[in-house]
Design a protein around this ligand. Structure first.
Ligand SMILES: C[S@@+](CC[C@H](N)C(=O)[O-])C[C@H]1O[C@@H](n2cnc3c(N)ncnc32)[C@H](O)[C@@H]1O
Length: 286
């Protein structure tokens, strides 16, 4: 579809604009989200997208950055039905969501499945920033008898998560919890987890002590996500490791960075990184 669209649009748009469109093109269910703010005939381009891809009912464009605790953005209708809710399929699961009221990125699909495949049968997982439940539900579907405490502070995201738990039939295995994960862990989830997910780079460092306190006394895994600015020869993964090591060392944890990588580039010299941290001994105060 992308190639067909590219060929069609290449007649109408300069190559630099075409490149920008393709770097920002996301399809979520039957909604396409495209950054077309620098394209003059944005509505016409959106209609062409719909004509080529019959499954797309709505084309939206972001008119703000992703902001705030809920990590959402303003969107403007370019073409098609005026709606923001949809149903998206990923790794054999179905996720209902509202693209305006909840965070969702189809660009995380590889990471959702990578983590799910690491989870062993019977594990208890705490997902500190769960959104509409993608990591949590894919884990529950992939790892037998696993249980995922799935926390989010956005009430709309948690409502969709509850619906997605039903749709994907993972009742009792994914437990949606509304609240600040720091408080939920302190009051309900101390020492329960084999594995903790921290898929919110903006808060990961601040919330790292709470991730540690959610782990069982025997230790476990933390999946830590970060955004790093790394111009020139700087290595974004090494920068993330340095920052996290400083925090873990100051707390007295013993750990190994078992795996680390750049997931994707998010802008000029900006990268999203992930560390799989094996915590072998918790700080003595836990
Ligand atoms: C980047 S999104 C997570 C995406 C999700 N894990 C996925 O794969 O689709 C971050 C989420 O963290 C939630 N959030 C922000 N602050 C939070 C907090 N203090 N406690 C729990 N959730 C929080 C936001 O509402 C948002 O849904």
């Amino acid at each position: 579809m992308r190639k067909r669209l590219r060929d069609t649009l290449s007649e109408a748009l300069p190559s630099e604009q075409l490149r920008k469109i393709y770097n920002s093109f996301d399809i979520i269910g039957d909604i396409a989200i495209i950054k077309l703010n620098e394209v003059q005939n944005a509505e016409a381009v959106a209609k062409q997208i719909m004509a080529i891809h019959g499954n797309i009912k709505t084309v939206l464009t972001p008119v703000s950055r992703i902001t705030g605790d809920f990590r959402v953005r303003e969107l403007r209708l370019l073409a098609g039905e005026n709606k923001t809710s949809t149903s998206h399929k990923e790794s054999g699961c179905t996720f209902k969501l509202d693209v305006k009221k909840c965070y969702f990125s189809p660009r995380l699909s590889h990471e959702h499945l990578r983590i799910a495949k690491l989870v062993q049968s019977g594990e208890t997982v705490v997902n500190m920033f769960a959104g509409v439940g993608c990591f949590s539900i894919i884990i529950a579907k992939t790892a037998s008898q696993s249980k995922v405490y799935s926390i989010d502070v956005n009430p709309t995201a948690v409502q969709y998560m509850e619906e997605n738990v039903k749709i994907n039939q993972v009742y009792d295995r994914v437990i949606p919890i509304l609240g600040d994960s720091k408080e939920i862990i302190q009051t309900q989830l101390q020492g329960v987890a084999d594995r903790v997910l921290m898929p919110l780079p903006e808060k990961a460092l601040e919330y790292l002590p709470y991730a540690l306190s959610a782990l069982k006394q025997t230790g476990g895994w933390i999946h830590y996500y970060d955004f790093q600015h790394a111009p020139g020869k700087e290595n974004p993964v090494e920068k993330t490791k340095l920052k996290v090591a400083e925090k873990l060392d100051s707390m007295g944890a013993r750990y190994v960075f078992a795996n680390s990588r750049v997931m994707r580039s998010t802008g000029p010299n900006w990268y999203q990184t992930v560390l799989d941290i094996k915590v072998v001994a918790l700080p003595s105060k836990f």
